[in-house]
Design a protein around this ligand. Structure first.
Ligand SMILES: [Zn+2]
Length: 353
């Protein structure tokens, strides 16, 4: 029995030398020290040992068991370290790699421009008035002095939503400009005090829709910002001063303006506003088509019919209105050559702003 125990001990220690990983280690443990392991099997035969030798044999067996447990623990620790080392090497993190910056969201260039325009007019006391995108023909055209067969309708190919049955004025469409908001706003203001309506000083930003060929210069959807001021003794000089202030805040204090006579059904007189080209300083370049001037908005004094339709007596009130496209403003300001970039949602374009 003693000899068998000694043999078992050396056999076990020798086997332990060959153990390379935790799986083999577990196998070794169950083979020699487990419940059905070699040592346990040997101890079961203690009964065969003569009684007087049993204490000594038992002590020896315990010593061997402790020796094997100690050897096991030592080997286990070595393997654990080796395996940890291996994992660290395999899954090493290269701390010298540059980090990946989190992607930052940002405002769309149209939104940024719109907000800048709103801010400038807010400083002049203009409120933002929001109107609906889906309109009646009556508001989009008729109340703005554009009767059913007016040629201006041809210039504004329209997306129709509902034909309105027999009544042309009940036809539902997507607004072709923000001007119908002028009527909504004036009527709302006038309703506060019909005998003596309060002055109006608003800007109307919003999306407009036209059924047009999409090109680098025209889109089927675009923003417009319309301005409207109505009150007593408002003159064309107020209009010029307001626009001059806006343009110089937006494009720089040295900008020059010119007003060219034009025609719009809802203003009389009407004008187009040109600004000297800030790219060539008026000398002429590709962007200004070698004229030195850039067209930036249309404007005029509110037509008496429009004032009346809004609930303001044209004998007592006057007003001015202007309208511009923030996308066009952004194109000039940032040197964007193609309006189609705005709604293509190409991150390479959007991330530049
Ligand atoms: Zn130019």
């Amino acid at each position: 029995m003693r000899a068998e125990l000694e043999t078992l001990k050396s056999e076990a220690l020798q086997a332990l030398e060959h153990v390379q990983n935790s799986k083999q280690l577990a196998e070794w443990r169950s083979r020699f020290l487990g419940k059905r392991g070699a040592l346990t099997q040997l101890m079961r035969r203690m009964g065969q040992v003569p009684p007087e030798e049993r204490p000594a044999v038992g002590r020896l067996a315990n010593e061997i068991k402790q020796a094997l447990e100690a050897a096991y623990a030592e080997r286990a620790e070595a393997i654990r370290r080796a395996e940890l080392e291996e994992t660290l090497q395999r899954d090493a993190v290269d701390v010298t790699l540059p980090g990946r910056p989190p992607a930052m969201g940002r405002l769309h260039p149209s939104t940024r421009t719109l907000r800048e325009i709103e801010r400038i007019f807010a400083d002049l006391g203009f409120q933002v008035y929001r109107a609906r995108d889906v309109e009646l023909d009556e508001y989009n055209f008729q109340l703005l002095n554009i009767p059913p067969h007016h040629p201006a309708r041809d210039m504004q190919d329209t997306f129709y939503v509902d034909d309105g049955g027999d009544s042309e004025s009940r036809t539902v469409l997507l607004r072709t400009h923000t001007s119908p908001g002028q009527i909504h706003a004036m009527r709302e203001f006038a309703a506060m005090n019909p005998d003596d309506p309060p002055p109006v000083r608003i800007i109307l930003p919003g999306m407009c829709y036209r059924h047009e060929q999409i090109t680098a210069r025209s889109e089927i959807q675009f923003h417009q910002v319309e301005g409207l001021a109505v009150g007593r003794r408002i003159t064309m000089a107020d209009l010029k001063g307001t626009i001059e202030y806006f343009v110089r805040r937006m494009f720089g204090p040295e900008r020059q303006l010119r007003f060219r006579a034009s025609h719009f059904p809802f203003t009389e007189p009407s004008a187009e506003v040109d600004m000297d080209c800030m790219l060539c300083q008026g000398k002429g370049c590709r962007v200004c088509k070698y004229t030195g001037w850039l067209e930036i908005m249309g404007c005029g004094m509110v037509h008496p019919n429009v004032l009346r339709n809004g609930g303001y007596d044209p004998e007592r009130y006057t007003g001015f209105a202007f309208g511009m496209g923030p996308e066009r403003i952004a194109m000039l300001k940032y040197g964007i050559e193609d309006i189609r970039y705005f709604w293509q949602n190409d991150l390479r374009f959007l991330e530049q702003f």
